[in-house]
Design a protein around this ligand. Structure first.
Ligand code: HEM
Ligand SMILES: *[C@@H]1O[C@H](CO)[C@@H](O)[C@H](O)[C@H]1NC(C)=O
Ligand SMILES: *[C@@H]1O[C@H](CO)[C@@H](O)[C@H](O)[C@H]1NC(C)=O
Ligand SMILES: *[C@@H]1O[C@H](CO)[C@@H](O)[C@H](O)[C@H]1NC(C)=O
Length: 337
């Protein structure tokens, strides 16, 4: 009689592989990656992020969004930081990335400059972005999470890869779930990450103007919006065509603090984006919004775990990447086809 064990064992291994939350390549990353090669790494990162955030309080949100946009598109490899050239249009210049805030690029540049002085050619831009984001989230009140290190910087940045990997404000729940699960992120993590991202920072009027002006043939504003909140947004955005820089706080009640108010706002019709609003409309996500609105601890724990997972999406190690000398350009310009 054949033993059932080999079969069961391989089934178990298969299960474990599919359950394991971190992709294989993250096994090469370590918490103390720079301990010998750049012992002042943590200190320099801490000093740079703190002083930047103190002088420019919009930095934390800026970095968190740039980090998310980097990791979702060809992995956390700082490809979003690369500038376009006459030969190729980089991620940063795709339509979806046009509003990425300059403070995020600036905090990375500052850290890179300081690190190049202390330990030239050692620390990747991808690691800098990941740690800067972690430090800044913590600084504005969010949870701490571990960032393992040793990511290499990517060797390509292609504008057309952005649109297929990042949701827009008019995305359907199916589209959003597809995009997140294709990166190994669960629906719980989708909700926690989005709530974490949208509890700080800004959104420009054009991203939600269709909800407050001429919404439908029967209603001027989206009926799922709180009417008073909609009124305020209509006043604020009245001239947004003339002045496209007008932006609203993502979380009007505590705009600069990382907390769970985003979820409470949503339950009160105070979510700016249609993509936020459907989190309370869809039965797959509504219970999670309610849970995170009730219990900030569960939200923080889920967010922290999700950030750790996000931080190792599609990472490059060894010869699959490089340590850029400058974060906005590749070390060697290769001819593009
Ligand atoms: C689920 C789908 C998501 C959609 C459709 C979405 C869309 C958007 C849009 C349209 C804006 C406004 C941009 C502007 O007008 O300048 C925004 C802002 C922002 N998003 Fe998201 N987002 C999503 C998820 C996330 C996630 C998962 C994170 C991070 C973990 C995040 C972090 C941010 C941050 C921090 C801002 C504010 C940026 C700033 O103030 O500079 N978003 N998002
Ligand atoms: C979402 O908005 C973009 C432009 O902002 C547009 O090109 C696209 O067609 C819209 N998608 C849907 C499903 O409405
Ligand atoms: C509002 O939308 C209708 C079609 O739904 C359109 O005919 C009308 O011109 C729009 N009004 C404004 C002010 O944009
Ligand atoms: C909130 O969630 C935490 C972590 O899961 C749990 O330990 C705690 O009991 C919850 N608190 C309440 C009030 O439900």
């Amino acid at each position: 009689m054949a033993s059932p064990f080999p079969f069961l064992l391989s089934l178990l291994l298969l299960l474990l592989a599919s359950l394991s939350s971190l992709p294989d390549s993250s096994a090469h990353l370590t918490l103390d990656y720079y301990a010998k090669t750049c012992p002042k790494f943590d200190q320099i990162m801490q000093e740079t992020t703190t002083s930047k955030q103190m002088s420019n309080p919009t930095t934390a949100a800026a970095a968190l969004r740039v980090f998310f946009h980097d990791c979702m598109v060809d992995g956390c490899d700082a490809s979003v930081l690369v500038a376009s050239t006459s030969l190729s249009k980089a991620e940063r210049d795709s339509d979806l990335n046009e509003a990425l805030a300059g403070d995020a690029f600036d905090v990375v540049t500052r850290a890179k400059n300081a690190l190049e002085l202390a330990c030239p050619g050692v620390v990747s831009c991808a690691d800098i972005l990941a740690v800067a984001t972690r430090n800044l989230v913590k600084y504005v009140g969010g949870p701490f999470f571990k960032v393992r290190l040793g990511r290499k910087d990517g060797r390509e940045s292609v504008a057309s890869h952005v649109e297929i990997n990042l949701p827009r404000a008019n995305a359907s729940m199916d589209q959003m779930i597809d995009m997140f699960t294709s990166k190994g992120l669960t629906v719980e993590e989708l909700v926690a990450l989005t709530g974490g991202g949208h509890t700080i920072g800004f959104t420009h009027c054009k991203e939600f103007s269709n909800r407050i002006f001429n919404f439908s043939s029967t209603s001027e504003v989206d009926p799922s919006l709180n009417p008073k909140f909609a009124d305020r947004l209509r006043q604020m955005c009245a001239n947004y065509h003339k002045n496209p820089a007008i932006a609203a706080f993502n979380d009007p009640l505590s705009p600069g603090t990382f907390d769970n108010l985003f979820f409470k706002n949503l339950l009160n019709g105070m979510g700016l984006l249609a993509s936020d609003q459907i989190l309370v409309a869809d039965p797959r996500t509504k219970p999670l919004v309610e849970l995170y609105a009730r219990n900030q601890t569960v939200f923080f724990e889920t967010f922290a775990r999700a950030m750790e997972k996000t931080s190792v999406i599609g990472i490059k190690t060894g010869r699959h990447g490089e340590v850029r000398a400058q974060c906005d350009r590749f070390n060697t310009v290769r001819s593009q086809s």
